[in-house]
Design a protein around this ligand. Structure first.
Ligand code: AMP
Length: 212
């Protein structure tokens, strides 16, 4: 639609931390996704709507133009294989770290340690840069169990407070990346709808204290 802006966001921490930023631009959703099952939320601004989708789908919707804007974690963007997106702004929300972790004092038994993770691309790139051979084991969740049950030597996962690692007897070994949520923009929309999108980026940058 020519004069509308759709913003793709995932439910949970990113939505909860992004809405106060949008509220400062006077964009407020009419429904709360924690209470409503609606996937498209109208806002108080008739030309702006918010799409509630899975975090890993946000770059796909934006790259393909189904949404003009999106808010996605740097972990998701690093893992995403497309590259046709603008990423103009670090929103500084949903901060955490991508870490290598393992059992305390445990040494890998093989020359090619096994690493369990859902972040296969990030893990592959990280160890390629280190020049270390590893075997990557793709998991979809509860990575902490990998070393505990002997499935893997190490894991690569997001760490916030460190409580999940600690509760499972794991320690952090290496810091891979600092993670926070970024504003992403469809490249064609940036040109076609620049009169709507550029002021939004500028205002969001002012709100989070970043320069664009
Ligand atoms: P914590 O116990 O606080 O270190 O949190 C770790 C758990 O929360 C892990 O299972 C992570 O996958 C998840 N987690 C932490 N921060 C984030 C984030 N910003 N986005 C998504 N998942 C996160």
């Amino acid at each position: 639609m020519p004069d509308t802006i759709t913003i793709a966001v995932s439910k949970g921490r990113i939505f909860d931390e992004a809405m106060p930023l949008l509220a400062k631009l006077d964009i407020v959703p009419k429904d709360d996704p924690n209470k409503s099952r609606k996937l498209v939320l109208e806002t108080n601004q008739p030309h702006v709507r918010i799409l509630i989708i899975r975090a890993t789908d946000v770059p796909t919707y934006v790259e393909r133009g189904a949404a003009e804007l999106g808010i996605a974690g740097k972990d998701v963007l690093m893992e995403y294989s497309g590259d046709d997106l603008y990423e103009p702004l670090d929103l500084g929300i949903a901060q955490c770290r991508m870490m290598l972790a393992g059992m305390k004092d445990a040494k890998p038994v093989s020359e090619r340690p096994r690493v369990a993770t859902k972040y296969v691309n990030i893990t592959r790139n990280y160890f390629a840069e280190q020049g270390q051979q590893v075997e990557i084991i793709k998991l979809y969740g509860s990575m902490e169990l990998g070393p505990v049950l002997g499935l893997s030597d190490w894991i690569v996962d997001l760490v916030d407070t460190g409580n999940t690692l600690k509760a499972n007897g794991l320690v952090t070994l290496e810091h891979i990346a600092d993670i926070s949520s970024r504003l992403i923009v469809n490249k064609a929309s940036m040109k076609m709808k620049s009169a709507l999108i550029k002021p939004m980026i500028k205002n969001l940058a002012d709100v989070v204290g970043e320069s664009t």
